[in-house]
Write a protein that binds this ligand. Structure first.
Ligand code: GUN
Length: 295
């Protein structure tokens, strides 16, 4: 069994991007910029946004966090997005989800210019992904494919089984692996909570992608020998032996499944760190494709 070290790969990607940004700076060119917009007081979102902004700073990107109260209206938020759509210094716009209940998330996502949609959530980006056009791919699925690439895992004609059908992970990763491209071209099955016998599907997987949000749900008897396991889950479970009183586990029962797997991502340190690395990478791409490079 080989561990897929997402932390290490994410560090490599961040270094690669930093080198490119250093080069831009040395040439006196503008640098890529990301604005992160946060509405409301969700504690997890506050942590995510500050980690994203810190990651930008570390590689020399321009970054700004725009924070608004829970009472901020949908219209006010759309106006903020419009302002950044035409701001040349920010090439990527990220609106942290979930938003306060009174705000329609779809309307907000649609207000972001597809040229700055570094989260890959805009219907235009998703449509382009489905038809195989070059686009911004949402960060977690892009990170999963990047891990497969950097570990030279053959996906061609392999059976990828995705468990979970979210708009952020399940649906986009299924479409990504279906594309007739390198590190894709897979046979894809998507299963979800309505499956009567989930293990009927998961046992067929050459590559299993678990994005269910249920702690340690995928057990040893649900996978075949030699499976490649990508665990997207980040779940808190009570742990009296830990000083925090909890620990983080994935959607896969790691120890027992690792014993049968050829490759497996740990939690933490697998897919998680890749999400931020791909956000930086998408922001750099937005800058390259649409930014003012003074060339
Ligand atoms: N909420 C949970 N994951 C994400 C993400 O990748 N991007 C944004 N914008 N919000 C999220």
């Amino acid at each position: 069994m080989q561990l897929i070290d997402g932390k290490k790969v994410a560090t490599e990607i961040r270094k690669e991007l930093k080198a490119k940004i250093d080069e831009l700076k040395s040439q006196g060119k503008p640098v890529p910029g990301l604005v992160a917009i946060l509405a409301g007081e969700n504690p997890a979102s506050q942590i995510y946004v500050s980690s994203k902004s810190k990651a930008c700073e570390e590689i020399g990107m321009k970054t700004k966090v725009e924070k608004f109260p829970t009472t901020f209206s949908e219209e006010e938020l759309i106006n903020v997005i419009k302002k950044y759509n035409s701001d040349k210094e920010y090439h990527g716009i990220l609106v942290q989800l979930p938003l306060p209940k009174h705000i329609n998330e779809n309307k907000i996502i649609e207000a972001i210019s597809p040229k700055k949609d570094v989260d890959g959530f805009h219907p235009m980006s998703i449509g382009n992904l489905v038809i195989g056009k070059e686009t911004f791919v949402s960060c977690t699925p892009a990170g999963i494919q990047e891990l497969l690439k950097r570990y030279y895992i053959n996906t061609n004609g392999k059976h990828v089984v995705v468990v979970g059908r979210s708009n952020i992970v399940g649906k986009p990763i299924a479409n990504l692996m279906l594309q007739k491209k390198y590190y894709a071209n897979s046979i894809v099955t998507v299963c979800h909570s309505a499956a009567e016998d989930l293990s009927y599907f998961t046992k067929q997987a050459d590559i299993l992608i678990a994005a269910i949000g249920q702690p340690e749900m995928i057990k040893r008897n649900m996978v075949k020998e030699g499976v490649v396991v990508i665990d997207v889950g980040i779940n808190r479970i009570e742990d009296k032996n830990s000083s925090k009183g909890y620990r983080i586990v994935g959607d896969v029962a790691f120890n027992e499944v690792a014993a049968k797997a050829s490759y497996i991502t740990p939690v933490p340190g697998g897919v998680g760190p890749m999400t931020i690395a791909m956000l930086l990478s998408n922001t750099f791409k937005a800058y390259k494709l649409y930014g003012d490079t003074n060339e």
